[in-house]
Write a protein of this length. Structure first.
Length: 416
């Protein structure tokens, strides 16, 4: 018997309760059981009512007569029009993305940085016939990449200007050509009928060799994309957590050191270690030397699954690492990080997460199919990530608020 636990339990009862013999666990548990039973009954009733409401609503929405009425009635007309636009956007989404791809490949947005231009000027700048240029700028303006001025010229739109400010997005737009090829038959992809996808070939570490066969050219290709797309995440992570309280950081799967270079500027007192595949680590060390960080940062080459991680850091980061691994591999990585950290060490997990309010399509649709095409991994919820972290031994898992949660979520945990 655990006597200390018994003493703690007894402290919850008053002297009067103990003397009166009312401290029987069975008697005390009865009100709680009744309350729980009542709560479950209410929850079950609410669930049944919700299901009935959803069934009724869907019958109405499928009715052509109801659709016509909703589109005509003044109070429902705005909602009907909004839903019709959302449905059409869902059907036409691929065409919108191809409009975006055309503007990126022709550097149309870059041609408008210095100010508005006429369609004729744009046609000459991007080497298109005037009628084709007119078609493109109209399409780009309709999705807010451009905007038409009062004089009839075209300037950068809100989304176009924002896109130019995020080079990583431009890189991803070009990269998506591979994804679109893989999604040309999504049912075959879901059924596992495609032997090898374009994304599987692009990310060589997704194969059975655990990255050991990745060469320098392969590392250069995907390291460049990772660096470009990771830059805008670094600011979110550094804003979400006070790294200055630590002395040494280990960035596991840190690629060419994009996050480390950003953190080095933000926290001058911090020293760094990066762990990644050998050719990637070699690129990181060259970059550290070029940036004058050779004395503060060092990269180590190896495999998550076969080689021990460098020790000596009091905080470790996993940035967009776990979500492209299955659960068993993600758990193995977390256990390796746990072993490398000292007691009281801190772990930061930062990656896009499923179930983020307002950003559900990003986690469940975009990353759901992207990772399927890549060949492994999945976008997890905060609870699913926390469960893996606890299974690896981490404690005190908390979410840190980020300014742009659709880009990344941040979880902080401690090694007990």
């Amino acid at each position: 018997m655990n006597t200390s636990a018994t003493a703690v339990s007894e402290d919850h009862h008053t002297p009067d309760q103990r003397s009166a013999g009312t401290s029987s666990p069975g008697l005390l548990a009865q009100p709680n059981l009744v309350a729980q039973s009542s709560l479950m009954a209410r929850s079950s009733l609410l669930s049944r009512l919700t299901d009935r409401w959803i069934a009724f609503r869907n019958r109405q929405l499928m009715s052509v007569a109801f659709q016509d009425w909703a589109a005509s009635f003044p109070l429902t007309r705005p909602f009907a029009q909004k839903r019709a636009r959302a449905l059409f956007d869902l059907c036409a989404g691929f065409v919108y993305t191809q409009t975006l791809l055309a503007t990126v490949r022709l550097d149309l947005l870059g041609k408008l940085v210095d100010g508005p231009r006429t369609v004729s000027d744009i046609a000459r700048a991007v080497d298109l016939p005037v009628d084709a240029a007119d078609r493109l700028v109209r399409a780009a303006a309709s999705v807010e990449l451009l905007q038409k001025t009062s004089g009839g010229s075209y300037a950068l739109g809100d989304l176009g200007a924002a896109l130019l400010g995020n080079p990583g997005i431009v890189e991803m737009v070009e990269h998506h050509s591979l994804l679109y090829t893989d999604l040309s038959d999504p049912v075959a992809l879901l059924r596992g009928e495609i032997a090898e996808t374009e994304l599987n070939r692009f990310w060589p570490y997704t194969g059975g060799g655990k990255g050991k066969d990745v060469g320098e050219s392969d590392a250069g290709t995907y390291s460049a994309l990772m660096s470009a797309s990771q830059a805008f995440m670094a600011a979110e992570i550094l804003h979400a957590y006070p790294f200055a309280r630590h002395s040494s950081l280990l960035d596991v799967g840190g690629g060419a050191g994009t996050f480390v270079r950003a953190a080095a500027k933000a926290v001058p007192s911090l020293r760094f270690k990066v762990f990644d595949l050998p050719p990637v680590a070699a690129r990181a060390n060259k970059q550290f030397a070029a940036d004058g960080l050779g004395r503060r940062a060092e990269a180590f080459g190896g495999s998550f699954f076969d080689d021990p991680l460098p020790e000596g850091a009091d905080i470790a980061t996993l940035i967009r690492v776990l979500f492209d691994h299955p659960d068993e591999s993600a758990l193995a990585i977390l256990k390796a990080v746990y072993a490398a950290l000292p007691p009281g060490g801190t772990l930061i997990v930062a990656e896009p997460m499923a179930g983020i309010p307002g950003a559900e399509p990003i986690g469940d649709s975009y990353f759901g199919f992207y990772l399927l095409a890549m060949g492994r991994g999945r976008c997890r919820t905060q609870d699913e990530l926390s469960e893996l972290m606890r299974a690896a031994g981490f404690e005190q898992i908390k979410r840190r608020r980020t300014r742009r949660p659709l880009l990344t979520g941040v979880l902080v945990a401690c090694k007990g």
